[in-house]
Design a protein around this ligand. Structure first.
Ligand SMILES: C[S@@+](CC[C@H](N)C(=O)[O-])C[C@H]1O[C@@H](n2cnc3c(N)ncnc32)[C@H](O)[C@@H]1O
Length: 277
């Protein structure tokens, strides 16, 4: 991320969820009616106007539709895993404009919800929530994963390291150097009581991307670089399995995708589900 600038890819991900909420196939995967309110004014204006939306999403950005479905599918998967986990703490790591706290208020009340994110992105989100009347707040924990341990940041909050937690870390490792991803996996293990679970997605190195998905991966690389957040995080699945072992996690799943019913998803990211034994 550009120093001290909030995440533009967080706005783009919220815009894709907002667009998903406007299409039957998107809604079938994951319905986020709050995403439109949370994204930037520019994205909102484009998406609310039917002509501009068509020009953008069925024209200029049509190539991104599989990525939009992937963004929806990863949120659906994370929340399905959260539902299955027996935990009382939910940590949304690199939360961006995730709307769980407002979208699922009854569920959020049964949990203690923490949002851990880059200080600049979190400040932008807090200001936006206040301005757009999104009431009730998660516990905000600011942390730059490239500079600070996520464990130290969580220790500043009321997070209880003696109780199991569920960590969802979506759409973030792609933008971190692998060393920062490994350090964050180790830091989360430090504060994750036995029974805690972690889901996250990650990119594989270009050599492991299917030839047919190269144009999409290249397009995504250009777009995120233009937004100031280049994709620097490619990791081999075998390396991650070693890191899980070294940092005290057990790999439950490592899927291409994540899967999303009948939708074709590109194989440019994988979806990992780990457990603290
Ligand atoms: C593409 S957004 C994903 C947001 C959200 N998880 C989602 O699925 O929509 C990337 C997120 O990673 C966060 N991020 C990127 N680099 C970071 C860093 N060094 N430290 C903390 N957060 C970071 C950004 O602030 C942003 O919230």
């Amino acid at each position: 991320m550009i120093f001290n600038q909030f995440s533009r890819t967080a706005e783009a991900a919220a815009a894709l969820r907002a667009w998903g909420a406007m299409t039957p196939e998107g809604r079938a995967v994951f319905h986020d009616p709050h995403a439109l309110r949370l994204t930037s004014r520019v994205w909102r204006a484009r998406l609310k106007n039917p002509t501009q939306r068509k020009l953008l999403m069925d024209g200029l950005l049509r190539w991104m539709q599989p990525i939009a479905h992937q963004v929806l599918a990863r949120s659906h998967h994370a929340e399905a895993r959260l539902q299955a986990a027996k935990v009382s703490q939910y940590v949304i790591v690199g939360a961006g404009l995730d709307s769980f706290h407002w979208r699922r208020p009854a569920w959020a009340k049964k949990l203690t919800v923490f949002e851990l994110d880059h200080p600049a992105t979190q400040a932008m989100k807090r200001a936006r929530c206040a301005a757009r009347a999104l009431l009730g707040e998660p516990q905000w924990v600011a942390c730059n994963f490239e500079r600070e341990s996520a464990a130290d940041a969580l220790r500043r909050s009321s997070f209880d390291a003696a109780q199991p937690a569920f960590f969802a870390w979506l759409g973030v490792t792609h933008y971190l150097k692998p060393a920062a991803t490994r350090a964050t996996l180790a830091a989360l293990a430090e504060v994750a009581a036995p029974g805690s679970e972690l889901v996250f997605d990650y990119s594989v190195p270009p050599s492991q991307i299917r030839l047919g998905d190269w144009p999409l991966a290249a397009g995504l690389g250009v777009l995120t670089a233009v937004l100031g957040e280049p994709l620097v995080g490619g990791i081999k699945p075998g390396t991650l399995a070693e890191w899980a072992h070294e940092t005290g996690w057990t790999v439950m799943d490592d899927l291409v995708g994540p899967p999303a019913g009948d939708l074709h998803l590109p194989q440019v990211t994988r979806f990992a589900h780990w457990r603290r034994g």
